[in-house]
Design a protein around this ligand. Sequence first.
Ligand SMILES: NC(=O)c1ccc[n+]([C@@H]2O[C@H](COP(=O)([O-])OP(=O)(O)OC[C@H]3O[C@@H](n4cnc5c(N)ncnc54)[C@H](OP(=O)(O)O)[C@@H]3O)[C@@H](O)[C@H]2O)c1
Length: 247
Amino acid sequence: MNIQDKVIIITGASSGIGQATAKKLARDGAKVALAARRKDRLDELKKDIEEAGGTAIAVEVDVTKRDDIKKLVQETSSAFGPCDVLVNNAGIMPLSYMKNMHVDEWLKMVDVNVNGVLHCLAETLPDMVERKSGHIVNISSVAGREVSPGGAVYSGTKFAVRAISDGLRQELSPKHNIRVTCIEPGAVETELTDSITDEELMEDFKSSMGELDFLDSEDIANAIHYAVCEPNGVHINELQVRPTSQG
Ligand SMILES: NC(=O)c1ccc[n+]([C@@H]2O[C@H](COP(=O)([O-])OP(=O)(O)OC[C@H]3O[C@@H](n4cnc5c(N)ncnc54)[C@H](OP(=O)(O)O)[C@@H]3O)[C@@H](O)[C@H]2O)c1
C-alpha cells in the first residue's frame, strides 16, 4: 500500500483531523511522529497507537517556533530515520469580523497557519531534495478558495497554504521527485471553533451552520491516507472534501 514503515510527521496531532490521520496511517504500518503543544494528549494517542500494534513518538511542539521544529525533525530522524511524509495540519481558526479588531488573533493565525507550515517545510525539504524522495501534505480548506464574512484572515492563511502548495508542486515534483498534496476540507466536527472569541460572529456562525451535517475527522484522514498510499508515480495534487449538505 506504499505506506509500510514510512516515516510520517503530523503536526496538530493532539486532536481532530491530525489525531484521526495519525491513527489511520499508523494502523497501516507507518511510523508516526505526533506533534502539537498538548503533550498529554499526544502521549495518550501514542499509547493508543502502540496498543493497536503501531509505532509512534510524541514531541511537544509549537509550530510558530523554528527551534521546536528542528527538535521535532531531529527526534523523528533519531527514532525512525528521515521524514518521508510531512502532514502540515496544525491550524487555528479564531474567526472574527474585521471591524471588531481582533488584531492579536489575526497575527496569531498567520503565525500558526502560514509561518508554522513554512517552518516545517524549512526543516524537512532540504533532506527530501537531497534524497529525491518525499511527500508534503498541506491542509488548506474550502476557505482557501472562497471567502465569507468573518473569515477574511483565516481564508487569507488558507489561500496562502494553497498557493504555497501549488508553487512547491511546480518546483519540486518533476525535478526532485517530491509529491505535494493540498487537502481542502469543508466543515468537520472538531475543536477548531473553540478559539472563536468574537461573540457577534459566533452568533451568526452558529445560525449559518445550523442545517449542516459535519464530516468526521476520519473522513479527512481517509483522503490523506488515499493521497499518501498511491504509488510513487501517482501524484494527487488537490482534494476538496465537503459534507454533502454543504453548498
Ligand atoms: N474542522 C474543520 O472544519 C476544518 C475545515 C477545513 C480545514 N481545517 C484545517 O484542518 C486542520 C486541523 O484542524 P482541526 O479541524 O482538526 O482542529 P483541531 O481539532 O482544533 O486541531 C488543531 C490542531 O492544531 C494544533 N495546533 C494549534 N496551534 C498550534 C501550535 N501553535 N503549534 C502546534 N500545534 C498547534 C492543535 O494542538 P495543540 O493545541 O495541542 O497545540 C491541534 O492538534 C487545521 O489546519 C484547520 O484549519 C479544518
